[in-house]
Design a protein around this ligand. Structure first.
Ligand SMILES: [Zn+2]
Length: 308
């Protein structure tokens, strides 16, 4: 992996040198490159892994823009199907009960309700959790790692510093270590400071994007039709938070979050891609879903005006 990384780095450096020489010779700026092509057929299924409702969205910006506003957020998780195997990206609330969620979020004045169990949604796609090769979590907050223990037979792709942060005593706000305890017995591929190419062909890559938590990551997909798509984790919680680079009140490092925004936005621009803000109701509504039979159960979410 390292060797091919070096080769591609070397060829990229060579390409940049050639472009610069060409630009100097012609006296013009670097031409816009075509977006990269997909190398394998990758399918993405967006699953409904819960919903969040807030009486006060103020905690999603440390500069006050959401103070006093109500809001609702979907909690999606994603099944990525690659010819070499399946990857779960985030697990939302998984199969936690409404009571468990209320116990967790009640003290914060936040109501969270799950809808259809994740296992049933996967079954509708013909997948059992035991068949999913890889599990990766953008970070270990309960609304992303809540269903992680459903995947004890998967290989967990974990950043060391994220686990260290999330298992500290006392636990950071929003983290419930019991929800991802299966990592202790599961097969774990430990990730350090680098990005990780899950299937080795560049089509599904975990990118370091720390700041929201110590080892926060985003998932960059190269899709045949949609091109480059980056799943945000909690880099941004709303479309406006992405546009204006707003940082939540509870956040590991403001400086790292801003640097991660910078990196992701440059990647999006250079690859002519798009960022999916996972908690955005607008993006969630627009993403293709599995068959309706897998998502129609559970209580309908209450109607609350949404912050964009
Ligand atoms: Zn979070």
């Amino acid at each position: 992996m390292q060797h091919s990384g070096l080769v591609s780095l070397t060829s990229r450096v060579a390409a940049v040198v050639l472009l610069l020489l060409g630009a100097v010779a012609a006296g013009i700026a670097e031409p816009k490159r075509p977006p990269p092509q997909a190398t394998a057929k990758v399918r993405v299924y967006t699953l409904d892994c819960g919903h969040l409702f807030f009486y006060d969205m103020g905690l999603f910006s440390d500069t006050g823009e959401y103070d006093g506003q109500r809001g609702a957020m979907p909690v999606p998780c994603f099944l990525i199907r690659h010819p070499k195997g399946d990857l779960m990206w985030d697990t939302g609330f998984g199969d936690l009960t409404a009571r468990q969620l209320q116990d967790m979020y009640g003290p914060f004045g936040i109501l969270a309700t799950p809808r259809t169990p994740l296992t049933r949604q996967l079954a509708a796609l013909g997948v059992s959790p035991d068949q999913v090769e890889y599990l990766a979590l953008s970070h270990l907050h309960a609304d992303h790692a809540g269903g992680a223990n459903l995947f004890p037979r998967s290989t967990w792709l974990l950043y060391r510093n994220e686990i260290a942060w999330a298992t500290a005593t006392p636990a950071p706000s929003g983290v419930a270590p019991a929800l991802f305890s299966a990592y202790r017995t599961a097969k774990v591929e430990w990730l350090n400071d680098n990005d990780h190419d899950v299937f080795g062909d560049g089509s599904v890559r975990i990118l370091r994007a720390s700041g929201h938590s110590a080892g926060h990551a985003v998932l960059m997909l190269q899709l045949a039709r949609a091109g480059t798509v980056i799943l945000s984790g909690d880099l941004a919680h709303t479309l406006q938070s992405h546009k204006h680079r707003r940082v939540p009140l509870t956040n590991y490092s403001r400086a790292e979050t801003l640097a991660s925004f910078d990196r992701v936005d440059k990647l999006i621009a250079n690859r002519q891609g798009r960022l999916i803000v996972q908690h955005s109701p607008e993006h969630f509504a627009a993403l293709p879903k599995p068959p309706p039979s897998s998502t129609e159960s559970g209580p309908a979410p209450p109607k609350i005006k949404t912050v964009r």
